[in-house]
Design a protein around this ligand. Structure first.
Ligand SMILES: Cc1cc2nc3c(=O)[nH]c(=O)nc-3n(C[C@H](O)[C@H](O)[C@H](O)COP(=O)(O)OP(=O)(O)OC[C@H]3O[C@@H](n4cnc5c(N)ncnc54)[C@H](O)[C@@H]3O)c2cc1C
Length: 511
């Protein structure tokens, strides 16, 4: 098996992964005279576009320069959730005393084994995104190499020219180099190499308190690193409701994460084995030393070297490829999907956009991104999941809302599970049960948000959820309780008086 320089360590799992998603022995096929669709980039957006189009009978070429599966499989969702799961196991053991369970000898964490488990599972998942599956099972012409437009209807890869009727740019985004003096010389990790670690850094400085920074900080802290998050603003997870973010922040503090908030990073230097960041905080200069620096902020779109000028595709180097609501670029033959063109950079969004591209590019569909209902989740403990509008969005649009919140401390199952941190919240259009948005903060918020996403997508009001029987005891009962709370708001003093009079009259008849 050939060594692949773009993934580490070269163990059996990673070698099998590379054999699946970028086999060294792969020979690019002879290009067809013309393709219905050429897809550049084999991350989620590209894979779903290519598989869906080929399944409908299109002649499809798929080009990937690195590892098929893209960020999600190789350096994003999959490895991060593998690490998070291991860190949860460590946390559960540490906190098992609450349930009367003690593990003699304390907690011993083998980071290397946890990472190996992650690599083994990632490799198992990778067969789904593999060159073999796409070429043999799905009938897609897979080309490994860098794709570059050489005209409005032509792409070059590995010295071969592919002519297309339609093309889809699905080249994603990557970690942006942070504009910090000295950081390149000091050396730092990003999502592209943090999952290569086989040994736990004793002290980890994490730049950025957004979703990626928080997820990884908590995971490393629970695995035993001394983690410090360096964040420009005054709080973690600034995009979320302040009380939701505060619950996560408190949880991270309990995990031993140190927060350096309201900071401005001045420079980074290497001092002996230490990596040192100099900050300004409240007008004072401060130095933080770590064994590693992890940059968890800033994504930059992969537009470089794509030859977009030759294709007549307009783009912005910071925001990516410019598309209209139907995901068409300034070249009517060329569409885009995923992180390369969309502000909501998630795997499930890349999947949803890919389906729009198939319909619009191949079948003259008129599907629009504005009709999508997009949930998301930050996989901290507790998780924060959101769908639709925040209250501030509704106010911005001039909409009046009724906000209902149920704390998990009111939910029997959450009490029994010892998972009372958090709440379920909906924003309703005032005077109706129409759900405009929802936030859930809970251990399994990502699983629970789906009921509310479905309701918004299907145009079901909160009353429909109220009529739906939820098994007892489940944490999802919190959502049913929101509906109960809504029903109580409908019991106006006048209706209550009517009910009281009617019931009083019934009692009088029974005498
Ligand atoms: C640490 C981390 C954790 C994440 N966790 C989650 C999560 O839990 N849930 C979630 O929904 N999202 C998560 N994301 C986001 C998610 O990974 C991305 O939104 C998703 O991968 C985007 O898919 P994509 O297809 O648009 O791009 P990508 O996955 O980036 O794929 C683009 C592909 O195009 C290739 N490419 C680029 N240029 C060329 C070229 N010129 N020629 C050929 N190939 C090219 C690249 O090599 C790459 O394989 C996470 C991201 C990170 C960094």
């Amino acid at each position: 098996m050939e060594q692949h320089p773009l993934i580490f360590p070269q163990d059996v799992h990673n070698q099998t992964l590379v054999n699946n998603v970028h086999p060294a022995s792969w020979k690019n096929p002879e290009p067809a005279p013309s393709y219905n669709l050429v897809v550049i980039g084999a991350g989620t957006a590209g894979l779903v576009t290519a598989a869906g189009a080929a399944g409908l009978g299109a002649k499809v070429a798929l080009i990937e320069r690195h590892l098929m599966g893209g960020d999600c499989l190789n350096v994003g969702c999959v490895p991060s959730k593998g690490l998070i799961r291991a860190s949860r196991a460590a946390h559960e053991v540490r906190t098992a005393g609450e349930f009367g369970i003690t593990c003699g000898g304390g907690v011993s964490i083998d980071f290397g084994t946890a990472m190996e488990r992650m690599r083994r599972i990632r490799t198992g998942i990778s067969s789904h995104d593999s060159v073999g599956r796409f070429s043999k099972e799905l009938g897609v012409d897979v080309f490994l190499g860098k794709g570059t437009f050489i005209g409005p209807d032509r792409i070059e890869v590995d010295g071969l020219q592919l002519r297309f009727k339609k093309a889809a740019i699905c080249t994603g985004a990557r970690a942006a180099a942070p504009p910090i003096p000295g950081i390149e010389e000091t050396g730092y990790l990003t999502n592209e190499n943090v999952f290569w670690l086989t040994e736990l850094p004793k002290r980890l400085l994490v730049i950025g308190g957004g979703p990626i920074g928080c997820e990884l900080s908590q995971a490393f802290a629970r695995m035993g690193s001394k983690v410090t998050i360096i964040e420009r603003s005054g709080h973690l997870l600034m995009r979320e409701d302040a009380d939701a973010a505060e619950i996560v922040q408190q949880s991270m503090l309990r995990d031993g994460v140190t927060l350096a908030l309201n900071t401005k990073i001045m420079k980074a230097i290497k001092r002996g084995a230490d990596k040192v960041i100099t900050l300004e905080q409240n007008g004072k200069s401060l130095e933080l030393a770590g064994d590693e620096i992890l940059v968890g902020v800033g994504r930059t779109p992969n537009v470089d070297g794509l030859g977009l000028e030759a294709a007549g595709v307009v783009y912005d180097p910071r925001r990516g490829v410019t598309v209209n609501e139907m995901l068409r670029t300034s070249n009517s033959r060329v569409y885009a999907a995923g992180d390369i063109c969309f502000p909501y950079k998630f795997t499930h969004t890349a999947d949803a956009l890919a389906r729009i591209v198939i319909a619009n590019a191949l079948f003259k569909g008129r599907q629009k991104t504005s009709s999508l209902v997009i949930p998301w989740c930050t996989y901290t403990d507790p998780e924060v999941a959101h769908v639709g509008m925040y209250e501030k969005d509704a106010h911005h649009k001039g909409l009046e809302v009724t906000t209902l919140t149920v704390p998990f401390s009111d939910i029997d199952r959450a009490l029994l599970d010892g998972e009372t941190d958090g709440f379920a919240r909906v924003h309703l259009k005032k005077g109706s049960d129409k759900i405009l948005g929802a936030t859930i903060v809970a251990r399994h918020a990502g699983e629970m948000i789906n009921e509310l996403s479905l309701a918004i997508t299907a145009g079901l009001g909160l009353s429909a959820i109220g009529k739906t029987i939820h098994p007892y005891p489940t944490q999802a009962e919190a959502i049913k309780r929101l509906a109960d709370a809504y029903n109580r708001t409908r019991l106006t003093p006048f209706i209550k008086k009517l009910f009281t009079t009617w019931l009083k009259w019934q009692r009088s008849q029974a005498r």
